[in-house]
Design a binder for this molecule. Sequence first.
Ligand SMILES: *[C@@H]1O[C@H](CO)[C@@H](O)[C@H](O)[C@H]1NC(C)=O
Ligand SMILES: *[C@@H]1O[C@H](CO)[C@@H](O)[C@H](O)[C@H]1NC(C)=O
Ligand SMILES: *[C@@H]1O[C@H](CO)[C@@H](O)[C@H](O)[C@H]1NC(C)=O
Ligand SMILES: *[C@@H]1O[C@H](CO)[C@@H](O)[C@H](O)[C@H]1NC(C)=O
Ligand SMILES: *[C@@H]1O[C@H](CO)[C@@H](O)[C@H](O)[C@H]1NC(C)=O
Length: 590
Amino acid sequence: MAPLTLTTLLALSATAAAAANSEITWGAVVFTYHGEKVPALSNGPYNLSPVGANQLHDAGSMLRSRYIDPSSNASALITAAPINGLSTGAIDNSQMYVLSTEDEFISGSALAFLQGLYPPRNAVMSQEETILSNQTLQMYPLNGYQYPSINTVSPLDFNYIWIAGNQECTNYDLSQLKTMSSQVYSQEATEYSGFYQSLNQGLFSQLDPADISYDNAYLLYEYALYQYNHNSSFYNDPSSSAIIDQLSFLASQSEFGLNTPNSDGNVPAIAGATLASVIIQQFSHVISSQGVSDKLTLLFGSFEPMLSFFSLSSLSSGPAASMFTSLPQHGSLMAFELFSYPAENSSDTFPAVDELWVRFLFRNGTDDANNLVSYPLFDRGNEEVDMSWTDFVAGMGAFSMNEVSDWCNACQSATLFCQAILYDTQSSSNSNGSPSTPGNRKKDAVSPAVGGVIGAVVTLAVCAILAALLAFLGYRIDRHGKKRSGSAAAADGPAGIAGLRQSNSGGGFKGAEKLASDTDLALKDGAGASVTRHERTGSWEMTQNPTRAGLERDVESGKAVSSANYARRSEDGLGNVNPFGDPVKPLDQV
Ligand SMILES: *[C@@H]1O[C@H](CO)[C@@H](O)[C@H](O)[C@H]1NC(C)=O
Ligand SMILES: *[C@@H]1O[C@H](CO)[C@@H](O)[C@H](O)[C@H]1NC(C)=O
Ligand SMILES: *[C@@H]1O[C@H](CO)[C@@H](O)[C@H](O)[C@H]1NC(C)=O
Ligand SMILES: *[C@@H]1O[C@H](CO)[C@@H](O)[C@H](O)[C@H]1NC(C)=O
Ligand SMILES: *[C@@H]1O[C@H](CO)[C@@H](O)[C@H](O)[C@H]1NC(C)=O
């Protein structure tokens, strides 16, 4: 049954290829799993290994031949679907949005991927740039290396939830603990303990015996795979590939269970829900800019968002179910493409929203033999791999988590931005609106998990500096949502932390039905849409809002807040001190 399904799918993707000439790709969003790294169970530093860098470089070159330059033939299997207007020569960072977490093996993966996507280019860029006054040529170093702009975010920046929604999510951690202490799980652990113990003397001899159990299934698999690639005595052991297969099976089973919805709800799959949101957001930017902005979005992270997405989007229960219940291989990528079938002679006009289509493709690992294959989402049939934009948004909207505040609530996260958001929600329901002091603020105004998250002294100092700076520029932080009147600055979001770009849209974010038509996706009161920080020179949005001062845009996008270095996330135990409390207060009177 399974091989038949696969053949059908391959045939389908070949059909899509034949049609490729009459199709225009307007944008793509790609999530890529990082490459091989030094395993967590060995001694650090846990950087990307050369194998991992090559895996990602390969993934990048493969996408280059699909989206940029069909003649680069990275793999004969890849059919071209060039993105309309995407620069084919020199990298144009204003056309792309690249988001990575700050883990070095993930940001390193992003860099390696981009080296494959836009390889060194030893060509004259422009006369003025390249030629010196004395008529000598000056190229970029490393044979014309191209410099990508990569947004590397830490958990201090709420944008990281789009690619790693499971991190810093307290309820996700609690749910994992709960699952692991359940009876089913302990039975499994007992069942497999014999297998794990049998590797104590050989493969796992360097590890602490206490770590060798089903509870660490993923970490042990990662360790073993690394040994397989780098330790010749294990590689040459005749049983090694059987051992790897079994470890991979157990790791997949365990992680799939831990990252998909369970009887307690969707929190285990939260990383898939936030990923779905950023995909819709990025496509909405493509649509609202008529195909000018965010042509290619590249997201980098770990496997959790993938497993969660497999489950939420019904890939793990659809026609290819058996394949989508296991861990992806390093360098695997999920691609979403937005395209249309234009009428003859109208190929460069952006189509109406109801003429847009989306498809999902997956590439498992980075072997040359591994093609990009399209699969149906949302329990659709094999012949429905291409779906209309409206259907896509409805399908994604059914499980996507679009608001940062929803994430904070679902997670009860103790991150700094959640402090601000959760507190703001509480205080705006305070009808008297009188200045709240730490004394009269209700204890539960801040989430319980919070206690002492922040090194308060550092934070308050940063806030004071920030406040002074903003006041100087005439920006008004209004943290009492209810009180604000129609001032333009305040219209965009809570507390000015997470407000929005572009306020020229009428509609707010109302859920799935609304999404399709509301291409602008201005998430009123929501920080969601602020994933865009289009402070790019010459970008489409600059033209729309030519008068905006740089810092104001940064504030709207959350950048001014989130890029500040709060220096530590200490567990100092300083109590429920709210970082956006009183130091910001005087600004209310500005
Ligand atoms: C693509 O393949 C052809 C034939 O195999 C080769 O001549 C050409 O140089 C390749 N292009 C690139 C960019 O490697
Ligand atoms: C031209 O100027 C560059 C930089 O000042 C210098 O490195 C180079 O040697 C000069 N070339 C000639 C021919 O003078
Ligand atoms: C290599 O693998 C063997 C098992 O085949 C193991 O005993 C040995 O400790 C490993 N070497 C290192 C450096 O981990
Ligand atoms: C990816 O590869 C792994 C290992 O070969 C396999 O178990 C899994 O089913 C594959 N997944 C997909 C979606 O092809
Ligand atoms: C498209 O353009 C070509 C030449 O530019 C013309 O001959 C043809 O009639 C046009 N087709 C339509 C449908 O307008």
